[in-house]
Design a protein around this ligand. Structure first.
Ligand code: SF4
Length: 214
């Protein structure tokens, strides 16, 4: 029995003492869970190791899966708009996802987003850990419940914790701000409610930005 049979997860594929480009390259080969089988490619991260803020989403979406780039779909565009409204620059941000392969369900020709299971979050966590170790962000922003679960190692209710500065989780030096995932804002039908939800996201990003000193 190999180590991966005993303990599935990305750990076997994460190189030691790697820089970001080596991590990105190594992730292409990851077989730490089954999600690589149906996805087009791994979607890793965008941003420099010097970025003071690490923003973590859930998983790549359809467009991200096809392009190989994170946060290029509608939710990604909304995040960047909110970041800009919070006076954050592109260079301030290192953006990544809790799970690096797209999980979806086929319905005819369409691929419908399917939330990653806790097992996928746990399997993919070694990549997130390695990224945080390299970037050493001054603050981590978790977008939505999956990212919060990945960062904090426990389930939280977004409505209860959002916008507050949480202590760094075990093994991490960065405080965490949890907020809503932009995709949840895109699903709000009423335009006034959607605008209010967008403003709340900007407020949470401002709270995180206040912790940045470099
Ligand atoms: S989702 Fe994560 S753990 Fe699973 S195969 Fe992809 S990179 Fe590896």
């Amino acid at each position: 029995m190999t180590k991966s049979d005993e303990r599935p997860g990305a750990e076997l594929w994460v190189p030691e003492h790697a820089d970001l480009s080596e991590l990105r390259h190594a992730a292409e080969e990851c077989r730490g869970c089954e999600l690589w089988e149906d996805a087009t490619q791994v979607v890793f991260s965008r941003g420099a190791a010097t970025a003071p803020m690490m923003i973590i989403g859930e998983q790549p979406g359809d467009r991200e899966d096809l392009t190989g780039e994170p946060f290029v779909g509608p939710a990604g565009r909304m995040l960047m708009e909110a970041a800009s409204a919070a006076d954050l620059l592109e260079d301030d941000l290192y953006v990544t996802n809790a799970v690096k392969h797209f999980r979806f369900e086929r319905r005819g020709k369409r691929r419908i987003h399917d939330k990653p299971a806790v097992g996928h979050i746990v399997a993919c966590h070694p990549w997130l850990e390695a990224e945080a170790e390299i970037v050493q962000p001054e603050v981590i922003v978790a977008l939505g419940a999956t990212a919060a679960r990945a960062v904090l190692g426990r389930t939280v209710k977004i409505g209860e914790v959002r916008g507050t500065v949480l202590e760094p989780p075990a093994g991490c030096v960065s405080p965490v701000v949890v907020t809503a995932h932009p995709s949840s804002i895109l699903r709000v039908r009423d335009s006034a409610d959607r605008e209010a939800a967008f403003d709340a996201l900007v407020d949470d990003l401002r709270t995180a930005a206040d912790l940045v000193t470099r």
